[in-house]
Design a protein around this ligand. Structure first.
Ligand code: ADP
Length: 425
């Protein structure tokens, strides 16, 4: 018996990854697979693609390490919804993908929920459920709703109908009181809702046929998962209130660990529960996509070298690709502001980086005003995270320590959840 290892798998939008870590958090093996695109009736059979990918990732894990895997957890894209048979686990309809919208269900959902509830968006899990319920030909009584991660975990443990409170937030589950709200339980379709546990809770042992065919150990347990963006936050190990992760990808998203729950529909701000804390998030439309409109990644690197990050830029922009902003300013008519453009491109970039940093700072200020724990340290993920000049600019504007997150892969965060599951045993 060697060291104990923990396996996390991330099922993202274009492919899946795995990370196998030890108790110290060191990566022992990792890998990725793109989804094979199986077609049926001229559309992709996503359930089959995900299932095949799950087994491919298990095969990719070095044979010698498999017996040491103590636990497994999986994250999936938020609001990716499956309706499956309670007996066989087979899908009763095509999966509803994370970004799929069911606008026809919104009025029905709005009629039963409190105002401004997060499930009122057409892409919420609840709108998907209602849409299926009203169109279903299959016997609805034998159905159960699962999220993508729940279903993939079910393939490994075999107990149908279990979810976690991160995935279940968009179906209307209330993680604060740990139950579905009364207005939801009063609906006929509440019979298909899954049992909800905390993320990283042990569900049971790996199914024997899978365990023996892949060579995993007898004690390997399967734990509840989470969503992909929460798993990516977990990866950064920002595990104290006041620690935050700013994601500088195509857009700018901030996530802050708070002792208080904060919600404000005007700004699209809401909180996910993480044990005894809350993960408060907000997403702006500014970000790297605007930089990419003007400069290649190579130009960004070269121009950044010429920026004096200690000096404040006099340029005040609001970099956007399209009209409209939600967070930290709720204004659907906001115009992009990228003028005046100085002759020197380094000066132009300096103005943009500094303006995006001010929007980031305003975001953290808004979360504090809405009642969240004040931010005291910022970790960074995404394509813009490795720009040292930008880090220095952000430290000056935020007045806080800013660093690159050591780990940013969601699969790594899922592996940490798996570790948490075993620690509780
Ligand atoms: P996505 O949200 O699409 O996953 P990524 O995390 O891959 O985005 O980040 C891509 C973004 O990072 C691009 O929009 C690009 O403008 C930005 N980026 C890349 N290199 C740099 C750099 N050196 N400085 C600032 N931004 C950068």
């Amino acid at each position: 018996e060697g060291e104990k290892l923990y396996l996390g798998m991330d099922f993202g939008t274009s492919g899946a990854r795995y990370a196998l870590i030890n108790t110290e958090g060191k990566i022992r093996a990792e890998g990725k697979r793109e989804y094979p695109l199986y077609m049926s009736e001229e559309t992709v059979d996503w359930a089959k693609s995900w299932r095949t990918t799950l087994y491919s990732l298990l095969e990719d894990i070095p044979v010698s390490l498999r017996p040491s895997v103590a636990s497994i957890s999986i994250d999936g894209t938020s609001a990716t919804t499956m309706i499956v048979d309670r007996e066989t686990g087979e899908p009763l309809c095509r999966p509803f993908l994370y970004n799929q919208s069911c606008p026809e269900a919104v009025p029905t959902v709005k009629a039963v929920t409190p105002p401004n509830h997060n499930v009122c968006s057409g892409s919420s899990t609840l709108c998907k459920l209602v849409s299926w319920w009203h169109s279903a030909e299959t016997p609805r009584t034998s159905a159960v709703l699962l999220h993508q991660a729940d279903w993939l975990l079910w393939l490994l443990h075999g107990t149908i109908g279990i979810s976690d409170y991160n995935n279940a937030l968009k179906v209307g589950y209330d993680p604060e009181v740990e139950s579905y709200p009364p207005w939801l339980l009063a609906q006929p379709y509440s019979s298909v809702l899954p049992l909800v546990l905390a993320p990283g809770t042990t569900i049971g042992y790996m199914k024997e046929n899978i365990r023996t065919s892949y060579g995993f150990g007898k004690d390997c347990v399967i734990c509840t998962g989470t969503t992909d963006s929460i798993a990516a936050f977990l990866a950064a190990r920002a595990d104290q209130p006041g620690k935050a992760v700013t994601s500088l990808g195509s857009t700018l998203a901030i996530k802050l660990l708070s002792t208080t729950r904060v919600e404000d529909a005007r700004f699209g701000v809401y909180s996910h529960r993480l044990d005894d804390k809350w993960l408060v998030g907000g997403a702006s439309n500014t970000g790297g996509a605007v930089l990419r409109k003007f400069f290649t990644d190579e130009q960004l690197q070269e121009l950044s070298k010429r920026i004096n990050s200690a000096e404040a830029s006099p340029l005040d922009y609001y970099p956007l690709i399209d009209i409209g902003e939600r967070f930290p300013t709720a204004d659907p008519n906001m115009e992009p502001r990228l003028q005046p453009r100085p002759e020197n491109d380094a000066d132009y970039l300096h103005g943009m980086l500094e303006s995006i940093a001010r929007i980031e700072a305003k975001g953290y200020t808004l979360l504090k005003e809405l009642g969240a724990t004040p931010v005291d340290e910022v970790f960074t993920a995404g394509g813009g995270s490795r720009n040292e000049k930008w880090i220095a600019i952000r430290e000056r504007i935020l007045g806080l320590p800013v660093s690159v997150a050591l780990q940013t892969e969601a699969a790594y965060g899922a592996a940490l959840l798996a570790m948490k599951g075993v620690a509780q045993l």
